[in-house]
Design a protein around this ligand. Structure first.
Ligand code: MRU
Length: 366
């Protein structure tokens, strides 16, 4: 499986996803600004992956900052946190990762004398690596839960890329598909191409092909027709930010898929690690939606298709109200969207307080 990002000896390398599937090009990030540029330019994309990149960006920022103590570093890293948070507003994972790095640093700064800067730098690198490793483990668990929703012979629709490339590895929505496939179930995946920048056609199609999972690529506007013909059994997508009430922000077009699923009585599932759930946000109405360069809509693969001078709107994400979501697959289990708020205690969450979508189900890898 392709990796989106790696860190080695104080260096960060990002696989340039804008070149895929035609070219494998690794970008070496020497400072946090290089990382921010990669995130903004979609060289690395997908909510968990940009969270991991942001954490590594903070570690790079700390490496370059002039500081004698961890306390100095807290001050010096203010613009680094701000710069990374400003790259892409919708995915909550950047804030989640930045908050975790900040908390780690603040803990070190409490030591007598403000803590040593060199120890803090090392700790930040370790924390970034931990965030990366944990994400892969969490995705494997999501896969175990999600695979229980897929039956032998199912046709699964997915939108955008919530795969290994969008995460630390293994993906979220794709984790369910990979796990079902590994369990020997026959799965066929319908991949929405996902305009404007074609994450489905370029990235999900590549990941399915590499994993040997049968797939069919469709234009985004074909999904409705296939759902109506009863040629799709379920849909699974990822999320950039899920609100407390279970409203789901994900790649533009997800809302249309969810509504069409409900109309055709097809289950619509969302794979969401807790790092993508914003428990501070009461509903999806408040989720900031990124608007991107109109040129992405005006062109296909770098070739201008629209006449010059026309109005263009390029919303990168939409919000699917919780009522269209059958269930949310997290590392703690599969829940009705209305029950997501009960997970706000994270690891301290008590299972007896929640009603599982899969009652009594227990995940083997937990
Ligand atoms: O603009 P992108 O490519 O970053 O959008 C990615 C998505 O919408 C994914 O579905 C989402 O981040 C979940 S990835 C596990």
């Amino acid at each position: 499986m392709l990796n989106a990002i790696e860190q080695k000896k104080g260096k960060v390398r990002i696989l340039d996803q804008s070149r895929l599937p035609h070219e494998i090009l690794w970008i070496e990030c020497r400072n946090w600004r290089d990382v921010a540029k990669c995130i903004k330019g979609l060289k690395i994309r997908g909510a968990p992956a940009i969270g991991i990149a942001a954490a590594m960006g903070v570690a790079l920022g700390a490496q370059a900052a002039k500081a004698r103590s961890a306390r100095d570093l807290c001050q010096a890293l203010g613009p680094v946190f701000e710069g990374l948070l400003a790259t892409r507003p919708t995915a909550v994972n950047i804030k989640w990762a930045a908050d975790r790095m900040k908390a780690r640093l603040a803990g070190m700064a409490l030591a007598p004398g403000g803590g040593s800067a060199s120890a803090a730098r090392e700790t930040l690198w370790r924390e970034a690596a931990l965030i990366h490793e944990e994400d892969i483990r969490i995705n494997r668990t999501i896969g175990q839960w999600g695979a229980q929703l897929i039956s032998d012979g199912d046709v699964v629709l997915t939108h955008c890329n919530a795969g290994a490339l969008a995460t630390g590895g293994y993906g979220t929505a794709t984790a369910a598909i990979f796990a079902a496939h590994e369990q020997g179930k026959k799965v066929h995946v319908i991949v929405d191409e996902t305009r404007p920048v074609l994450q489905g056609a370029r990235l999900t199609a590549l990941e399915m092909k590499e994993a040997g999972i049968p797939m069919t690529l469709i234009t985004d506007n074909s999904a409705g027709a296939l759902l109506r013909k009863a040629e799709i059994n379920l849909a699974i997508v990822g999320t950039d930010r899920t609100a407390r009430n279970g409203d789901v922000a994900n790649k533009i077009g997800t809302y249309s898929v969810a509504v069409l699923c409900k109309e055709n009585r097809v289950p619509f599932y969302v794979a969401a690690p807790l790092s993508s759930i914003d428990f501070s946000m009461p509903s999806g109405d408040m989720i900031p939606i990124e608007e991107r360069d109109p040129e992405e809509v005006a062109s296909v693969a770098g070739k201008r298709i629209a006449p010059r001078g026309v109005n263009i709107r390029n919303m990168a994400f939409d919000v699917t109200p919780a009522r269209y979501v059958t269930a949310i697959i997290t590392e703690l289990g599969v829940f009705r969207p209305g029950d997501i708020k009960k997970l706000s205690g994270g690891r301290r969450f008590s299972p007896e307080r929640a009603s599982y979508f899969l009652p009594g189900a227990r995940c083997s890898s937990r």
